[in-house]
Structure formats: structure tokens, C-alpha cells
Design a protein around this ligand. Sequence first.
Ligand SMILES: O=C(O)CCC(=O)C(=O)O
Ligand SMILES: [Fe+2]
Length: 865
Amino acid sequence: MTLVCMYNHLKSHRTPVLFYQHYPARHLIQSSHNKSNTHLHTILMHKMLALAQVTLAAVSLLFLAGQVHSELFTAQVELEPLFNTQESIVEAFESYLAREDLRLKEIRRRLLPFIERGRREHQEVLNNPISAFLLVKGLTLDLDDLLTISDRKTNSADLASKIAAMKNKFKFPSQEDLGGAATALTRLQETYLLEPKDMAQGYLHGHCCSMSLTAEDLFELGRQNYNQGDHDQTIAWMNEALLRYHQENQNGSIANTYRAISQADILEYLAFSTYQKGELVNAIKLTEQLLEMEPDHPRAGGNIGHYQKMITDRKGEDGGITDQTFTVREKRATQVGWEKAKYEALCRGEAQTVQSEAKCRYVHGGNLYLLLGPVKQEVVHFKPNIYIYYDVLYDAETKIIQELAKPRFKRATVHDHATGELVTAQYRISKSSWLQGEEHTVVDKVNRRIKAVTGLELSTAEELQVVNYGLGGHYEPHFDFARRDEKDAFQSLGTGNRIATFLFYMTDVEAGGATVFPSLDLTLWPRKGAAAFWYNLFEDGNGDVSTRHAACPVLLGTKWVANKWIHERGQEFIRPCNLSPSNAKRTKDSKGKIKPLTKEKPQRVPIRRSQPTGSEHILFRYISLCILSALYIFDKTQSNLHVTFTYVVNVNVAAHHLDFILITPKLFNLNNLWIRLIQLVIKIFNKMDSSLLEPTLYIVKGMVIMDNDGNRILAKYFDNNIFPSVKEQKAFEKNLFAKTHRANSEVIMLDGLTCVYKSNVDLFFYVMGSCNDNELILMTVLHCLYDSTSQILRKNVEKRVLMENLDVVMLAVDEICDGGIILEADPNAICQRVALRADDIPIGEQTVAQVLQTAKEQLKWSLLK
Ligand SMILES: O=C(O)CCC(=O)C(=O)O
Ligand SMILES: [Fe+2]
């Protein structure tokens, strides 16, 4: 009976309660609501009543009665206003404390004559009638005054009413928010296998440091775990709470009288969870400790008897579960099943398989927008094909989308299979808004961009959904498409099922928050401005169950995404139905894991045109540059153009695509073809009204050649904004050399620049571009720099020979690139030109500066003739 009673007592906390649930004033309130809590509360009340916490009782009452806002924890942005609330609360308390200080000072002042009289010779006081009068007055009138001042409640009442007034003005979290926030920590702990002892000190998966937790905080987290029936976690948290309690007592950081919990409270949970785990001997030990601390404890004695009886009934067996044979991970897998365990492992960045065929490329999909700025596509998974597109959302657009979404945020819902209704669920913690294309040009632009990149029809797609994840916000494994047995799924829309998902990442997430595909062993880490894309349906219209995916809990930082669910209708000619058996549903193995399709023909990629080959990528980019260059020259001179550029474009307007013809680099007169071309380019630009990526001619930021000690031999920077002084340039070069001279790769990102490099014997060649630039173009420039140097040095690419021919190499650098614009990428052409110049002007007779000046002049005139 006793035991049942205790169990009930503990169980009675299952409903979420305020954080300091044991705070005396709150006990007062709660115990009147909840009879079963009365006993525990009475004990604590006795301890605390002396404090006469009228103020806090009033404030707490206010929270229970007042207006509080729920679900703030479901989106990070919703929590921001709490700082205002907090600030006002601090202000109100500061003013209360100042007035209380004054009051206490006054009491002290009025007490002084009492003390002084007491110190004087008693007879002396009595001999003086004035002093004697004051003695009498002191213990009558003055005492009354003192008591009145001591009992003055105006300050606390004022504080309470001030805070009461705040409820209409500021946002306050609700009990549900508190529960949600605590559950979030538990979720993070489970998913990322965090240790309570690390979390207690403010460590999150190696990320330091949030605020460390007090014994009361730790106790509350333990209690939350208890309420969820997780006794291992309860024990872990309560042990930490106990430890912290002792530390705090030792260093006197919390006044004992004001403590919201006692050691006995912690021990009670600890003992009971230990019992729940079946570890009876330990449970007895803990309960005995509890009894030592509180000999009158109402349940402890009875429980010990009960545990002992259980041990006797089991003939001395403890009944404890020996967990030692399992690792934490194995145990978790047995607790939560295959899929969740895999999901969590992928969230931690474990268990990923990188497909060897995965590769990056530039694609345009035959789309006019993308021809001028092809998108960077990475195929991160084949069958099903999952793509990442980089730099497809600008920061400025992200900001606007966030601002549009915020005022309309609603808690994200899920589709209830059984009822067909949209409901909120613990397994999806975020807030979202839907944005229509018509409401803002940015939304419209983004929609058109999705259409351009995917090649799919968007008129039947859902609106753009913008999502902000909350505390530990996540979305457990789910399908984006509706299963056949789902009631009412998308039927009312009349647009068919969700054929594909396009998911923008609007933030980088500091830790956690990945998108994972448990069946595919695939983790996608959010990268600001990038987007993931995949088909949810096979070509026969059946759902592809291997696309089941999840959003991992956000461990640190902020996660915003925006997704577009594209529907079947309208895609009939773009992605025609295919009933081939290779599109049959995938099957699962005994563990529930999706079996890979062995003979399936490759799924159609979302790009309608044939994929460009490696050299074509570079070509596309050059073409766009050429078109722009043509415009640039056109702009400068208005007529009579002479063009020095390498590539000429022949435009096939009728077919709505551009065919490119390579023509040898020679000066030639502008003829009809060029005029037509320029007219067409203007037309395309008009049509585009905004290009996908803003192409620029100023691609190269700098070129450097260093020796194998990292000393600069030749350096040229084209953008003064990046490194305004030589000192900064040299610091950058030092860093660049340190990072690259031993690395076995050819490209790195440094100080926001993409740097491609190549080394030979005792020389290092570098070409730098901005981080948005196409590495392939930078690579081409690098190869041109290297190959022309090699030709100039007659294949002796070494420091000594280079120093002897430095002037000619400098000329070559100028021929390759002027002010950041690439002029030529063909080493043969470069060598021809520098040879010409070098012969023309006997270099020995001029300074290098003069040579360069002349070279520049010539180039300028050849451009603007
Ligand atoms: O946020 C993510 O990473 C995935 C979101 C998602 O799967 C969804 O909203 O359906
Ligand atoms: Fe999804």
C-alpha cells in the first residue's frame, strides 16, 4: 500500500508543471488544486513558510491566472520576445530591491538609538530624564513604527501589480513551453548521446559553453525524464543534481533556507527509479540515506520493507538488470528500433555511406536563365537520385522570406492517417508559414528559379513553405508523399501526389539539424543558400519508400528551411509515366531496411537536356562572360566594335537554346552576326529580368607565384577591397602557403576566396577568385598561367629559371588577366603574344613598369579601337 501511495505521488507530477515546481509559494497554490500532492508539499511548506513569500505567491498566481503564450518553444524566433519580457522583469525587481533597500536602511536607522542606549551606562541613561523618556518612547511608539515599516507590503504589492500589468504587454512562456523545452534537452541528449555530466557543465557535444546548470535545474531535468518513464536518464540526472547540491552547499552559492529542493527530494526520485529498474539492493541503500536525512519521511520506511520483501520472495536475487554487456548505442537500438537508431546515428554524422559515383557539375537544363549562370549541382545519391544545388538562394532573399513568414507562423502540423486531419505532434517541432508567389517578387523569383533548376511545372505545386525549427526542433522520419491508404491526402487539391521535394536551406546550422535518409545511409548538412531536391514518386506514380527522411534535432544554432512540394499534375510530358517493372516498389529486408534495386535503370535526372561534358561547363561560363563582355564593349563604344574575345556565339533563336561555336582568337570586324547577337542578348536579358546568378566579368581576384619557402616571387591582386595593403597581401600569402604547401589537393577556401593551386619542383602557383566563382574557370586560368610559364621557361619550371625570365612571365600574367577580367586562357596564345612583345621592345632597355604600361596601353586600344 505504501508503495502504491508513493508511486501515485510521483506519478502525480506527470502533468507538466512550472520549472521550480517545489518552490514554496507554488506548492501552496498547487496543493490546493491537487490533493495527492499535499503531503510532500506540506513538508516543504513547513520549511519555507517562515519566508512569507507573499510577493512570489502573488507573482506565481499571476502566472497561473494570467495570459501566457503557448508553443513558443516550437520555433526559435518565437522565443526572441522573451528577452524583452525578461528585461522588464529585471527592471521591476531592481526597482523593488531599491525600495526594499531603502526600507531596510530605515529600519536600521531607527534601531540605532536602541543599540546606542543599550551600550551606555544604564544608570546614566536613567539619570537623564530625556534619555529615560526616549527609552520609554522607544519601546512604545518607536517600536510600533518599526513594526509598521517592517510589515510594509506596498513594495511587494507594487511589484506584483507591475508584473501583472506586463502580462498584456509581453510574452510569457506557458507550462507547455517549459515541458517542451525540457523535452527538447532530453531529445538532444538521446539523439546526440550527450552525457548529463557534460550538459550539467554546459557542454554540448564538444561545443562549449552554455550556462551551467544548478542542482534545481538538474533535478527538473531528472524529473522530466522520470515523467517520460526513462529511469536510466532519471538516475543520471538525479546523480548530477545530488553532486551539484553538495557543491553548492559547500561554496555557499545558494542560501539553504531558500532552496527549492532538498537532498531528500533528489534521493526519493533516485531511489524510486533505481527500484523501477529492478535494482533492489541499491534502491534500499538510497532509501536508507533518505531516511537518515529525514527520519520522519512518510514513505521511506515502508518502501524499504517492501523492497526487502521482494528480495526475499526472489530468494535473495537482486533482480537488477545488467546493462554492462550493451554499449549505449546498442541499447538505444533495442529501445527505439532500427529506423530511429539509424536516424539518430545519421544525425550524429555516423553511418553515412558516400557513393563513389557522386559528383559535382554545372547544369543549365537548357533553361535560358541558367545558361548565363549554370547552377552547381552535386549528385549526393543515385537511385533514388538526390541532388544538392549550391548558391540558389541569396542572403538578401532569405531575409525577405523570413520577414514575410514570421508574422504568420503557425505550429507545423502532420497529417493524421486515421482521420485525415492536420494535427500537431511531438515528432515535428517547428513553426511554418506558406508564402504565395503573388505576394512578393522575391517569392515569385524563387518559385521561378525552382522551375528553372528542376525543369518541372510549378503551377500545381504547393505554396512555398517556410519553416523555423524550435528548441531541439526536429521532424522524425516521414514520407513527403501520401500513401495510398491515407485518407483524403491531397485529394481536395486535385493535383495528384507530391512528386518531388525542393528544400532550401536558409541557414547554416552550428551543430545538428541535418536532413537524413535512414534507408539510404545519407546525411545532408544544411548549407545556407543551398537546396536539396529529390523525387518522392517512381515514374509509375508509386511512392518511393526509400525517400523516407527526417530533420534531425537542432543541437546548436538556428535552422530555417523553405520547401516546395511539387505535384504530379502538369509533369506528364516533362517526366512521363513509365510502367516498366524496374520502377517497381523497393522491398525491405528482414531488418526493415530498403533493399537496393540491382537492375533498375537509372532514374531520369530532372534535367531535360543532355548533360554538359566537363569542357562544356567551362565553355558555358565563358560564353556567358563573352556575351557580357560584348555588352560591355557595346556599352562603351556604341558602335563599330572590334572584339578580341576568344569565343563567338552563334544563336539559334527558334530552338530557344544557344549553340556554341569555337572560333580562333583573332581580331575581326563586327559584322551582322554580332549585331544580331547583341540584340538577342539584350532580348534575353529583358526576358530574364533577373538572372539566377549575377554573372560578373571580374572573376580573378589575384595570382601569386611563391617559392618553396613561401616567399613571394610574383603577386598580382586585382581587387583592392580584399587586401588593401601589401602587409595584408603578405599575411594572406603566408597563411595560404602554410595551408597548401603540404596538402595534396588543388583547391581550398581561404579568407572567403576560392584558391586553386599547383606546384612544381620549388615553385607554387596560385589563382584566387571570390567564393562564388566557378572553380573550373579558376582552374583554367591556373593551368594557363602554369603552362605559359612552362613554355616561357622552356619546360624548366624552377625558381632559378623563373627569376631569370621574370619580366616575361609578368607580361604573360597581364595577358591572361586584366583587372580581374580573364582575357585569354590559351597558353599558346599567351606565349605568342609575350614573345611578340618581348621581341618588339627590347626589355633590357626598359624598366619592367614601362613594359607593363606599354602592354596595358596596347591592350586597351585593341579593346576600344
Ligand atoms: O528540414 C529538413 O531538413 C527536412 C524537412 C522536411 O522533411 C519536411 O518539412 O518535410
Ligand atoms: Fe519531408
